[in-house]
Write a protein that binds this ligand. Sequence first.
Ligand SMILES: *[C@@H]1O[C@H](CO)[C@@H](O)[C@H](O)[C@H]1NC(C)=O
Ligand SMILES: *[C@@H]1O[C@H](CO)[C@@H](O)[C@H](O)[C@H]1NC(C)=O
Ligand SMILES: *[C@@H]1O[C@H](CO)[C@@H](O)[C@H](O)[C@H]1NC(C)=O
Ligand SMILES: *[C@@H]1O[C@H](CO)[C@@H](O)[C@H](O)[C@H]1NC(C)=O
Ligand SMILES: *[C@@H]1O[C@H](CO)[C@@H](O)[C@H](O)[C@H]1NC(C)=O
Ligand SMILES: *[C@@H]1O[C@H](CO)[C@@H](O)[C@H](O)[C@H]1NC(C)=O
Length: 355
Amino acid sequence: MKFASFSVALAVLPFLSASPTYPKSGHHAERNKYPGLDVLAKRAGLLYFGTAIDNVVLNNTAYVTIAHNRSEFGQVTPSNGLKWMYTEPSRNVFNYTMANEIIKPAIKAHQIRRCHTFVWHNQLPDWLTSKNYTKPELIGILENHIKHEARAYYDKCYAWDVVNEAFNDDGTLRDDLWLQTIGPEYIELAFRFARKYTSPWTRLYYNDYGIERVNNKSLALQKVVKDFVKRGVPIDGVGLQAHFTVGRAPSYNDTRSALNLFTKLGLETALTELDVRVDLPDTAAKQKTQADVYAASVKACVDEESCVGVTVWDFWDPVSWVPSTFPGYGNACLWDDALKRKPAYYAISDMLRDE
Ligand SMILES: *[C@@H]1O[C@H](CO)[C@@H](O)[C@H](O)[C@H]1NC(C)=O
Ligand SMILES: *[C@@H]1O[C@H](CO)[C@@H](O)[C@H](O)[C@H]1NC(C)=O
Ligand SMILES: *[C@@H]1O[C@H](CO)[C@@H](O)[C@H](O)[C@H]1NC(C)=O
Ligand SMILES: *[C@@H]1O[C@H](CO)[C@@H](O)[C@H](O)[C@H]1NC(C)=O
Ligand SMILES: *[C@@H]1O[C@H](CO)[C@@H](O)[C@H](O)[C@H]1NC(C)=O
Ligand SMILES: *[C@@H]1O[C@H](CO)[C@@H](O)[C@H](O)[C@H]1NC(C)=O
């Protein structure tokens, strides 16, 4: 159960070494064992199990049917459509076509939305990166951008990733456009602007990768967040992206401890971009390890009181960002090339059913 104490939760750790069980076809009693990831996640006490969806694959009906099946996914994140280069391609000209291709069917399917992202160093439009703005000018650009996007999706986002990936792995701030021109206060300003223009019930998140262990990066972030909480800077949650690799993934304990850095501050947490890539070629043994990593990660969220849900960064191997970003790696998702559910899908389901 969601609110089991830490020690009780640890008592069920042996599940991690148990083999996942697979559905037996044609047997009625087995049929309801896999009612969908969101159905099982909600029963285990989470608010949602979700997925990111990208626009390039919306012409594939089989994919779309699963993506907007709310038994599988109670929450949806547009992978790209809400990034700056697409929403404000020219200064003060806003375009929500790509985002709406995903947000609108999600609303229709009663899937809640995590919106991603207001401020990032990447996927920025040329007009923003090809010119040096003054500090007041860039602050104005930042506020205007957040204002328009926040208003356009005023009551449509359960959460917004307000600032994405502001830290380096050593815990220093990333030396990007925002830091160079505005200084470290750009993070605080972004949260203040977000609170000013989003609905009062929209959860405002900081989102990053590599913070799924207690390390220099997660501790540096905790320090900043603690200061925000103390000074009343409006932040509601921290998203741990959870892009993992078979053989190098954080353990259940690692992720619990990292989540707890923010639980302790009274914040909400979530796993926002979970995937587990494989060093190709794939093998049955790697798929088994991958299944264990997926189940342990989701379990860490279920057991951590502050953790509201898990989002996978797409669910279908051929459309994952992994092969193009990490050459030699792939097969990071829950559904294989043939759109069949993989051992990791069943491992998560079995773990959730046992919670
Ligand atoms: C949605 O997913 C659930 C769980 O996998 C499945 O039982 C159901 O048939 C799916 N619905 C549609 C319309 O495909
Ligand atoms: C969808 O479009 C992509 C190119 O954008 C193409 O490669 C793919 O074959 C199309 N899929 C279907 C099912 O039509
Ligand atoms: C908005 O974006 C869509 C998708 O990228 C594009 O097809 C369309 O032309 C854009 N609209 C305008 C007015 O630029
Ligand atoms: C912006 O300023 C930096 C440092 O002063 C300089 O190196 C760069 O060329 C400038 N970029 C443009 C587009 O003017
Ligand atoms: C973590 O930070 C400490 C100083 O605070 C430094 O000595 C150490 O090298 C850092 N570790 C990594 C992996 O960056
Ligand atoms: C996980 O953490 C708990 C509590 O600190 C500890 O008792 C347990 O041995 C740890 N498990 C592993 C596998 O490290």
